[in-house]
Design a binder for this molecule. Structure first.
Ligand code: MG
Length: 173
């Protein structure tokens, strides 16, 4: 059976930091604060993927108390999560991402983000949807204090045919 997972993340804006979203560095007077590169899109997608397979969350896999993840490229972390999944016999179907941000304008960067995420997850760009909306100036995001992201991911068991993996058949269906 295919399985779905949900992910959510928020990060505060902070001056002097680069704004990295979906692996794309976007020109902005402020970036997002965080232990890693604070790529809030990648973080929500990772939690959705881990949720789909019931394998904890990114806080467990990449604790912010661990110096290894300081300044980490979140696309690399996403790739790591996908490797965990595929190692357990799962394939990523698609992800749908909803970015809540008052600024900056994301539309010009959406296609590049989809390409980066698709590459990191080894799925076609058509399997990566990124949508953005504002909060109509309501709440913390509306006051431009930070960015929030929701993500949903679908994964499915992969049945490898004989011969592709030294004759090993994975039947997790
Ligand atoms: Mg995060």
């Amino acid at each position: 059976m295919p399985r779905v997972g949900i992910g959510f993340d928020t990060h505060r804006f902070r001056k002097g930091r680069a704004l990295v979203l979906g692996g794309v560095t976007i020109p902005s007077p402020k970036g997002l604060d965080g232990h890693s590169d604070a790529d809030v899109i990648c973080h929500a997608v990772m939690d959705a993927l881990l949720g789909a397979v019931g394998n904890g969350d990114i806080g467990r896999h990449f604790p912010d108390t661990d110096a290894r993840w300081k300044g980490a490229c979140s696309l690399d972390l996403l790739q790591h999560v996908v490797r965990l999944l595929t190692g357990d016999g799962w394939g990523v179907g698609n992800v749908d991402v909803m970015v809540l941000a008052e600024m900056p304008r994301l539309a010009p960067h959406v296609q590049a983000m989809r390409e980066h995420l698709g590459r990191a997850m080894a799925i076609p760009v058509s399997g990566v949807s990124i949508k953005a909306t504002t909060m109509e100036r309501m709440g913390a995001v509306g006051r431009r204090e930070g960015i929030a992201v929701m993500a949903v991911a679908l994964v499915a068991p992969v049945t490898r045919t004989r011969g592709r993996r030294k004759g090993k058949r994975l039947t997790r269906a």
